[in-house]
Unconditional design. Structure first.
Length: 300
């Protein structure tokens, strides 16, 4: 297997290892019981991965994993593990379950692959619906970690193809969806989403109004600043979003979102961002705000 992987590594950037946890020694024993001999002295992946990286240091290993073994596989050498749990929680809700998932340790989250479509799952347009899939994509692909965009996802493909099929039917392009992905991926290309720091935002509501629980929000800070808020429900949502940052207060900021057909821009004080920015969003809508200091507020 090491020889095979070294040959593969000479031709591409990485591999996805299907059901990678099945060859972990403890899982193998539980699966096969007394049908196998004693466990080897070293585990499978900690033997294979370093040997391949001796020949190809930058080669990426991605694991498909279940049974909450993503962290264990990261410790055994995998760069990333598929985050199926986030996908399921975005698809089925409620939003609070997504927020709880995002409370996990940042080091663990950095080693996860986020997606709304891959070859195992239904097409995103089929699973979520065309407009709902856009909010889902914003929620999944603006997280820390790796981001997976599947072939045909941008164009709104609906036919779920087996991986063994070397051809696929011609499908019409969903132009509005393609336009969304063009603007969204342009924003997502900002280096802050790769090299900046990510943190979850607090949100709150008012007595008798729990619609804020349908909102999930996070903040990116690097050479630029971004605030992302998504309504992960089929109803309107409203609440206050608080950013935990030491240097936003005392200044005016422009909040600019270019990921919608009509770009929007709002001037807000940094104190509002820290103490609670009012946000109201329709079902499955989002804000992807780049936070800039307006030129007329810069020190002279």
């Amino acid at each position: 297997m090491i020889e095979t992987l070294i040959e593969i590594a000479g031709q591409c950037d990485g591999v996805r290892c299907d059901m990678a946890m099945l060859v972990m020694s403890d899982v193998f024993v539980r699966t096969w019981g007394d049908r196998v001999g004693p466990a080897p002295s070293t585990d499978y992946w900690p033997t294979v991965i370093p040997a391949v990286r001796e020949a190809h240091p930058g080669f990426l290993f991605l694991a498909e994993a279940y049974w909450d073994l993503e962290w264990s596989l990261q410790q055994q050498g995998f760069d990333y593990c598929y985050d199926k749990r986030l996908y399921d929680r975005i698809l089925h809700g409620p939003a609070e379950q997504v927020r709880l998932h995002l409370l996990a340790d940042n080091d663990y989250q950095h080693g996860l692959v986020r997606f709304v479509e891959n070859h195992d799952e239904p097409r995103a347009v089929s699973a979520f619906g065309a407009s709902r899939s856009q909010g889902a994509a914003v929620a999944a692909l603006t997280q820390t970690g790796a981001r997976l965009v599947h072939n045909g996802q941008l164009e709104g493909a609906t036919v779920h193809l087996p991986v063994f099929l070397g051809r696929y039917p011609a499908e019409p392009t969903e132009e509005s969806l393609l336009a969304f992905y063009r603007s969204f991926l342009t924003a997502l290309a900002d280096p802050t989403f790769r090299h900046g720091s990510w943190r979850l935002c607090d949100r709150s509501g008012w007595p008798g109004d729990d619609r804020y629980q349908n909102l999930v929000a996070w903040y990116w800070e690097g050479d630029t600043r971004w605030l992302i808020v998504v309504n992960l429900s089929d109803e309107s949502a409203a609440g206050r979003i608080r950013i935990r940052s030491d240097d936003l207060g005392g200044r005016l900021w422009n909040l600019v979102d270019a990921t919608h057909p009509t770009p929007s821009s709002y001037a807000r004080s940094g104190d509002d961002l820290i103490n609670g920015l009012f946000v109201e969003l329709d079902a499955w809508q989002w804000h992807m705000f780049r936070i800039d200091v307006p030129s007329d507020s810069l020190p002279r």
